[in-house]
Design a protein around this ligand. Structure first.
Ligand SMILES: [Fe+2]
Length: 395
């Protein structure tokens, strides 16, 4: 039954008409009420970029080592850990992106409710939208992520050249909307306090769109569209000593946070008041011809209903096969170069390389529903870093 549902578009998780007519429509009405709003344009850095180059030195950044993470479950792309939120896009840019994402035809076709099995305290106001920019429904949004200036900024901050991953994981929208039947900003639950009355973070009590997890792409670029101030909704990093590091909620619409989310355990919390929290995530990976460390764990259709089966897997295998093609082409070139330079053919190296490619192919299909029905969340999501097997270089 479940299988039939996700094979045919996961329509049991469609957004209820009531949510479309009330909360979603209210977002569009608010944007449209701005007389200078113009959705018919493409991204122009001079107009839509809030970033300033002095931020390279000013924003707070962490390496994996500074987060105390010395062991990971897979090879990190480098030692980059995370940034605090920094201004990236203007409010005008965010309004256009929101306008494109919340069009009724987009929500109808590309949005699905959050899977209630894997999130805490979610309801009909919690959903994801993805895949629509790649299919031509969001020219502005697509032009933002395609722009070389964005890639340049992220590459400098991360310390290696990066580029966006396959379309489905570029501009994935996490939506948690305020319920119109409750007073705006009313507390949804009391935050936990310690014996001195200070607010403390407890993962098991905090509402979240996704509980403690690793992302399935190498780097997560989180761009805020709406966020309550000082009312929850933060990103929480679990550091190497298993303690929560709450990234301060200084984000405003258009602020961005970068995180090596494939190897840093983290939580996206829900606001603890009746407020909207809308955040987008774009996946990035190294631009060089190397085999990426992305996976299917949290994005496969049976886990994340917004991943519509036929489209998602076509994109996924297009991405993975293309990666392999690039890596094989690069290796072929290097083999001939070595031969022409009179070097001895390195059998050991080619065996290792072939094994890596073999493993990459296996990783590409291992988590598909046809091959596995592994429980979710996987045990890995709650395993302490100290029990992981990969030693981070530089420790
Ligand atoms: Fe995440």
């Amino acid at each position: 039954m479940i299988c039939q549902d996700y094979l045919t578009g996961a329509h049991s998780m469609d957004i209820p008409q009531e949510t479309m007519d009330r909360e979603v429509q209210a977002i569009l009405d608010k944007i449209q009420a701005n007389p200078s709003f113009n959705p018919d344009q493409l991204f122009d850095p001079a107009k839509h970029l809030a970033w300033k180059d002095e931020y390279y030195d000013e924003i707070k950044k962490f390496t994996l080592q500074e987060l105390g993470i010395t062991k990971t479950h897979t090879k990190p792309i480098n030692n980059f850990g995370a940034t605090y939120p920094f201004p990236l896009l203007t409010e005008e840019a965010i309004d256009i992106m929101k306008w494109e994402a919340f069009q009724p035809k987009v929500v109808k076709k590309y949005a699905r409710l959050t899977n209630p099995d894997f999130s805490l305290k979610t309801n009909r106001h919690d959903f994801h939208i993805a895949g629509y920019p790649e299919e031509g429904h969001a020219p502005f949004t697509k032009s933002v992520y395609d722009h070389p200036r964005l890639k340049e900024i992220f590459s400098k901050l991360i310390g290696m050249e990066v580029t966006t991953t396959y379309g489905y994981d570029v501009n994935h929208v996490n939506v948690a909307l305020a319920d119109f039947d409750l007073p705006k900003d009313a507390p949804l639950y009391e935050p936990s306090k310690d014996e001195n009355g200070n607010t403390v973070f407890k993962a098991e009590e905090t509402g979240s769109i996704l509980g403690q997890h690793y992302d399935s792409t190498s780097i997560a670029c989180v761009v805020m569209w709406e966020c309550p101030q000082d009312k929850g909704g933060e990103t929480v990093i679990i550091t190497g000593d298993e303690k929560p590091l709450v990234i301060p909620n200084i984000a405003r619409p258009g602020y961005c946070t970068l995180l090596q989310a494939r190897v840093i355990r983290h939580i996206a919390t829900k606001p603890n008041t009746n407020s909207n929290r809308i955040a987008t995530v774009a996946g990035y990976y190294p631009a060089a011809p190397v085999l990426d460390n992305s996976c299917l764990t949290s994005v496969r259709p049976s886990i994340l209903p917004r991943s519509v089966h036929d489209e998602f897997y076509t994109e996924w295998f297009d991405f993975r096969f293309h990666q392999l093609e690039r890596v094989l082409a690069d290796k072929r070139k290097k083999l001939w170069q070595a031969y022409k330079q009179g070097k001895t053919f390195d059998q050991k190296d080619v065996i290792e390389f072939s094994k890596e490619c073999q493993e990459y192919l296996v990783e590409s299909w291992r988590e598909m529903e046809f091959a596995t029905n592994a429980p979710y969340p996987p045990p890995l999501f709650s395993k302490p870093y100290s029990e992981l097997s990969y030693n981070v270089e530089g420790n």
